[in-house]
Design a protein around this ligand. Structure first.
Ligand SMILES: [Fe+2]
Ligand SMILES: [Fe+2]
Length: 139
């Protein structure tokens, strides 16, 4: 029972990471001509980090004998710069809340390995929140 709950939570997280990869990749192209090269690169680099999260989650799900989801969550993309930055910040703030919830679940179900992985991912998401917050404040 506990293991299924964890697999379900990891799959929810994976669907969200796949969405983040697609959203950041899209912004990487959409931001062309609208943002500084640094911000364009940030979209690209963040997409790559989110891809490692999706991959790590998939491997863990596989180890727990679950089936990793194929599709990412849907999203409504922004077309102007501020909107892209606001969406990015929201995406990361929501990820923080989600990973904290999954960490609590892993603790409750006594799965320290999944918990450690969630903590590692959470620390990346915290960094992302910080990055977008600073850029938005300066925009
Ligand atoms: Fe992520
Ligand atoms: Fe992130």
């Amino acid at each position: 029972m506990g293991k299924e709950q964890i697999v379900e939570a990891l799959n929810r997280a994976r669907a969200r990471e796949l969405r983040a990869v697609r959203e950041y990749m899209l912004y990487h192209y959409t931001a062309e001509g609208l943002a500084s090269p640094e911000i364009i690169d940030l979209f690209k680099d963040t997409a790559k980090v989110e891809m490692t999260h999706a991959e790590d989650l998939g491997e863990r799900i596989n180890y727990l004998a679950g089936q990793p989801v194929k599709d990412g969550d849907e999203f409504t993309p922004a077309l102007e710069m501020k909107g892209m930055l606001r969406n990015s910040l929201k995406l990361e703030e929501e990820a923080e809340v989600m990973y904290k919830d999954i960490i609590a679940l892993c603790a409750k179900e006594d799965d320290p390995v999944s918990r450690l992985l969630m903590e590692k991912i959470l620390s990346d998401e915290e960094e992302h929140v910080d990055t977008w917050r600073k850029i938005l404040a300066a925009a």
